[in-house]
Write a protein that binds this ligand. Sequence first.
Ligand SMILES: Nc1ncnc2c1ncn2[C@@H]1O[C@H](COP(=O)(O)OP(=O)(O)OP(=O)(O)O)[C@@H](O)[C@H]1O
Ligand code: SF4
Ligand SMILES: [Mg+2]
Length: 332
Amino acid sequence: MITGTGITKTYKQRGNLLGGRDVQALRGVDFAIEKGGAVTFIGESGCGKTTLGRIVAGLETYDSGEIVIDGTPMSGLRHRQRQAYFRRVQLIHQDPYSALNPTRTIHQTLHAPLALRARQMGRSKAWAEERARELLTLVGIDPGYVLPRYPHQLSGGMRQRVVIARALTVDPEVLVADESVSMIDVSLRLGILALLKDLRERLNVSVLFITHDIATARYIGDDGELYVIYRGQVVERGPTEAVISGPVHPYTQALLSAIPVLRGVERPGAERVVPTEALDERHADTGCLFARRCPFRTERCESERPSLDGTGHGHACFHPRPRAVIPVEASA
Ligand SMILES: Nc1ncnc2c1ncn2[C@@H]1O[C@H](COP(=O)(O)OP(=O)(O)OP(=O)(O)O)[C@@H](O)[C@H]1O
Ligand code: SF4
Ligand SMILES: [Mg+2]
């Protein structure tokens, strides 16, 4: 299990001619990823999702707060010890075109980490060879076909599966999948979602999904936890279905209200929430971070910052209220 408490991260901007400002990418984030669980971070571009994902994977430092992996706080450890813990968390690069070394065959790509693993576990070279075949089979591709080939000889979907197989070579406990905006095509995306869901069930590995798309959150995490992030703060958190079907924070409601009405048979929810202004990071460093854009703000919201309350389904809002915001089926 991995928990984070009060994680903050500020990027220092070197002074530029336009007047550089520090960016508060994360402002005291708490999270918990249970073994075998599914957690999704959702929010609009620049809210801090990737920063948080990279911190969970040990690829980015944080300014304050604590990360605890399987009961061990990371802050007291030396770099090498910390790396050993963070090896349990593997980030899956979602662009299969740049994630694999084009000059290496798939055999070479998988062999290096598996040979190391074999040495660590006191296993033979033959074990490493067998494990490569096993992992490729697990991710749904034919080892005999892909092992001798180079990445450019494979389809995008196969490359994506090789990337996942490579992540599995170290027997991770958590897979982090960051679905960037510039994501590969939709069919590949659905394939990887289905595979990760399957691996979660078969290997009991936890999955951390990072997305800006509610449909993805719903697909991957129907029994998981959803964290809605706004400007570096978790503003609503809870069981995915509970948050999506009964959002109480105006920002979550605005995010859900923006879901397009796709099939033409739905009507937008009766109480859709539309922000009163466009996002402008420069505002509201006191008070609620959403205040300038929130149709429901009061004086209190402008002077005081709400914090995330309670356990279970929680929110950071002084005036939470359930609203019917998502599309409903039009009656005939
Ligand atoms: N290395 C960096 N140096 C300076 N600022 C950074 C750096 N990485 C991220 N930021 C800033 O921190 C904030 C959060 O960025 P982050 O990449 O975590 O957002 P995100 O939610 O993943 O966005 P997206 O959906 O576009 O991927 C942004 O304002 C971004 O510009
Ligand atoms: S605290 Fe106030 S401004 Fe912030 S989201 Fe809630 S109602 Fe809106
Ligand atoms: Mg990102």
